[in-house]
Design a protein around this ligand. Structure first.
Ligand code: GBH
Length: 507
């Protein structure tokens, strides 16, 4: 009896340190921390120094504006001019790496690699060199949604020619930056490019042809990624010795009940939303999952189409795509509950991606809500996502390339702090159970142009004052917390930044 009591006390002491605080958890030594932005969201300088228009310049200049607050990325956070301040922020945060993207139309104004804009090359050289001089590794995303408008006029990602145009562009980046950049993301979020950009009007280029254009886009995005990977592998890897991956946005879909229908519905949602890309790239079989091929073929026939609306991948294309990544870049923010019942009939347009999928997705009203309608805090969903990737998709090497929380204006962002801590705790649980996670990237380092939401949804560890010409950057409370996490490679749930304690005293 006494012994049991002693053991209980000891285990309690192990969890709480002497000052009665909660347990501090440590990340592995190899683990690295970063933060992310993307070109159109931060750079501004939309028509400076030879840059041509991208699809987001065009969307933001439409009238009436499709952007919630009528804003544009013309100036954004002005990182084109303020990149030195950005690197200072990286230093302040103590980041191991910074994930940024390159604007295609800044480097190649015609879209084609026939004419390289030296001013564009200079900008990214300056940024990369400034980072390296401060010991921060560049993590470069080749494409984060800002397609040259010249290519959109030719169908953009729905035109199979885009595959080779993309590879030509990637080649220019490997040639110019590959001596210093060792981490590459080919493409950010195939699903958002295609399903939102081509299947709806919620993202540029707002093609809004669901069930058709989105699937055409998927195939070309996968091929562009895969050919870029093969190019690096064959030509550049030997000398440059870097890694190339892709960032895939994954929402966790939880069955709304334990009924078979809801279980199947949630699985289908996971496969349609992200499993199809992961399956094609990371599994031994490759290709689009059977479930999607069958569903879309069946529905297409029912709807009177001569062929499935889902383009096929040839055997050679399956081979090209399969295994075309050194790591899996995981972007993840939130979860949804999923069910399938009679109400699904007639709920969605025909044909459409949602009709092909045939489920209803809703957030649980009890989950903490961010400033973005789609984003709720569900750390156990993050944990289940890692588990699924480990068990169903062969446990690939992962970098979390985006994770974050949106707020309204304000510097004391306790909900963001809570979100980061809870999600990082879930990530640590996954590592302990065998997930191979090498790094974590906060979205975002600074407030920026949040696509259709304009400047209304703020994701930054640093606030940006978009009303000041200087675009003044100020750390939020979450910046101090993140800095300590990066510095100590640990999570101390009780850590309070001194600077803020001092500020409270002064008030
Ligand atoms: C990331 O995508 C992007 O890579 C990044 O550029 C962006 O700033 C960040 O998210 C924050 O949004 O149908 O209107 O409800 C995350 C993917 C974005 C996918 C929001 C779902 C829902 C849009 N998610 N989207 S809506």
């Amino acid at each position: 009896m006494n012994l049991l009591f002693v053991l209980l006390c000891l285990s309690t002491i192990a969890v709480r340190n002497v000052r009665g605080k909660s347990k501090v958890r440590y990340f592995p030594d190899y683990f690295e921390f970063g933060a992310s932005t993307a070109s159109y969201q931060v750079e501004g300088a939309w028509d400076e120094d030879g840059k041509s228009l991208s699809i987001w310049d065009v969307a933001a200049h439409m009238s009436p504006s499709p952007i919630k607050d009528g804003s544009t990325g013309d100036v954004a956070a002005d990182s084109y001019h303020l990149y030195k301040r950005d690197v200072e922020i990286m230093k302040e945060l103590g980041l191991n790496f910074y994930r940024f993207s390159v604007s295609w139309s800044r480097i190649l104004p015609s879209g084609f690699a026939n004419q390289i804009n030296q001013a564009g090359i200079d900008y990214y050289n300056n940024l990369i060199n400034e980072m390296l001089a401060n010991n921060i590794k560049p993590f470069l995303t080749i494409y984060h949604w800002d397609l040259p408008q010249s290519f959109q006029d030719l169908g953009g990602w729905a035109n199979p020619m885009i595959v080779d145009w993309f590879v030509d562009y990637a080649k220019v980046l490997f040639e110019n930056f590959g001596d210093r950049v060792k981490f590459w993301i080919s493409i950010n979020e195939p699903k958002q490019i295609c399903t939102e950009g081509y299947g709806t009007d919620k993202k540029a280029p707002m093609v809004n042809m669901s069930g058709i254009a989105d699937y055409m886009c998927n195939k070309n995005v996968l091929l562009a990624h895969a050919k870029t990977y093969r190019l690096y592998d064959e030509i550049y890897r030997k000398d440059q010795n870097g890694s190339v991956g892709i960032s895939i946005s994954c929402t966790w879909y939880e069955p709304a009940s334990d009924s078979n229908d809801d279980q199947q519905a949630a699985e289908d949602a996971r496969i349609f939303d992200w499993g199809q890309y992961v399956h094609a790239i990371f599994t031994k079989e490759g290709d689009f999952p059977e479930r999607i091929k069958k569903n879309v073929a069946y529905k297409s026939a029912e709807q009177g189409y001569a062929k499935s609306r889902l383009p096929e991948l040839s055997v050679a294309e399956v081979d090209l795509i399969r295994g075309s990544s050194d790591f899996f870049g995981l972007n993840s923010y939130t979860s949804k509950l999923v069910y399938r019942d009679a109400s699904v009939e007639g709920m969605y347009a025909v044909p459409s991606y949602m009709d092909d999928l045939g489920v209803v997705m809703v957030p649980d009203p009890n989950w903490p809500q961010s400033h973005s309608s789609w984003l709720q805090e569900v750390p156990w969903g993050f944990y289940k996502l890692f588990k699924e990737i480990r068990n169903v998709y062969g446990n690939p090497t992962l970098y979390v390339t985006e994770n974050g929380w949106s707020t309204d204006a304000g510097l004391i962002d306790d909900d963001r702090v809570r979100y980061y801590r809870n999600y990082l705790n879930a990530l640590l649980d996954a590592i302990e159970e065998g997930s191979d996670i090498r790094g974590y990237t906060a979205w975002s380092m600074i407030d920026n142009f949040e696509w259709m939401q304009g400047y209304a949804d703020k994701f930054g560890l640093y606030e940006v004052d978009f009303t000041s010409p200087e675009r003044t950057r100020t750390p939020r409370k979450s910046a101090y917390i993140y800095k300590e996490i990066v510095r100590t490679k640990s999570l101390d749930p009780d850590y309070e930044p001194e600077i803020l304690l001092d500020a409270t005293k002064e008030n």
